[in-house]
Design a protein around this ligand. Structure first.
Ligand code: MF3
Ligand code: CO
Length: 281
């Protein structure tokens, strides 16, 4: 039935998207600071602490901290998910020490004036092996391939299909998580529609100006089979293969795209992809 259900997708005014950009920039600043902190010897709790400081410095609140309580989960204890190597997503910050050669996915969000920001990056800790580097790059490129399809008139399935095709276009097979998807975002962190990282083109809700979508591929070097640890959060690959996660939050504007969680609004990368930038000059 879900294909027939009319999802109420929140459509924002340009003023509202500008308000949400403030949250997006705070999140971008926090991720940049956490990238600097992701050095050998740092713990995943250290990374989270940096994220807290950036939120506090902007009087932003966390949309991650305490999340899940409404869904019967243990309230999420961090402002970021810090997921190392075989941890795909939702790694709880703690005593784990980053080692040279690790990859660490940091998913982070914040709320400013009621508007939500949400973004993720995978950082390389020192020098990483070539497979890990490829995984990180393939995952990031697939996020942008999806963003490039988030244009008015397309459908959500066009994004999903582009992400999948991009991931599987490198002459080897990667695992793509099925259980977790991208999502709408606005006055809440998770809104309709779901944005899967695989699927058929020309399906799903029509994309219109005023929507804001988080596009967030989660990709592994091995199988897509995952397990959740007893903490009810940490998601690991069953085959212990490494995973990467990239996420950006993109506003659909009448004349193009505005990537709210990129410092330049996505200008440079959209130009490279031949996609119109739709944010302010
Ligand atoms: N921000 C994640 C997402 O991209 C969800 C984080 S779950 C939380 O959808 F509990 F950590 F907040
Ligand atoms: Co998200």
């Amino acid at each position: 039935m879900s294909g027939l259900r009319r999802e109420r997708i929140e459509v924002k005014s340009t003023d509202q998207l500008e308000a949400m950009r403030v949250a997006g920039l705070v999140v971008a600043e926090g991720l940049a600071a956490m990238r600097e902190a992701a050095k050998p010897g740092a713990t995943t709790a250290d990374i989270d602490r940096v994220g807290r400081e950036v939120l506090a410095s902007h009087n932003a609140t966390s949309n991650f901290l305490g999340y899940g309580a409404d869904y019967g989960l243990p309230p999420y204890p961090g402002v970021a998910c810090v997921s190392v190597n075989e941890v795909v997503v939702h790694g709880i910050p703690g005593p784990r020490v980053l080692q040279e050669g690790d990859i660490v996915s940091v998913d982070y969000g914040g709320i400013v004036n009621g508007w939500h920001g949400d973004s993720a990056s995978t950082f390389e800790v020192g020098e990483v092996d070539s497979d890990s580097h490829l995984l990180v790059e393939v995952t990031r490129e697939s996020m942008w391939a999806g963003i490039a399809k988030a244009l008015p008139g397309n459908r959500v399935g066009d994004i999903s299909h582009a992400v999948e095709v991009s991931i599987q276009s490198h002459g080897r097979t990667f695992g793509i998580l099925r259980e977790y998807t991208g999502h709408g975002i606005g006055t809440a962190m998770h809104q309709p529609p779901d944005v899967p990282n695989y699927g058929r083109p020309h399906r799903g809700p029509k994309i219109v100006p005023g929507m804001c979508l988080c596009i967030e591929p989660m990709v592994t070097l091995g199988s897509d089979d995952i397990a959740e640890l007893d903490d009810e959060w940490t998601v690991v690959t069953i085959d212990s293969s490494r995973a990467a996660h990239w996420e950006n939050q993109v506003a659909i504007m009448p004349n193009g795209l505005w990537v709210l969680t990129e410092p330049d609004g996505g200008r440079a990368k959209l130009a490279e992809l031949g996609v119109p930038y739709g944010g302010p000059d």
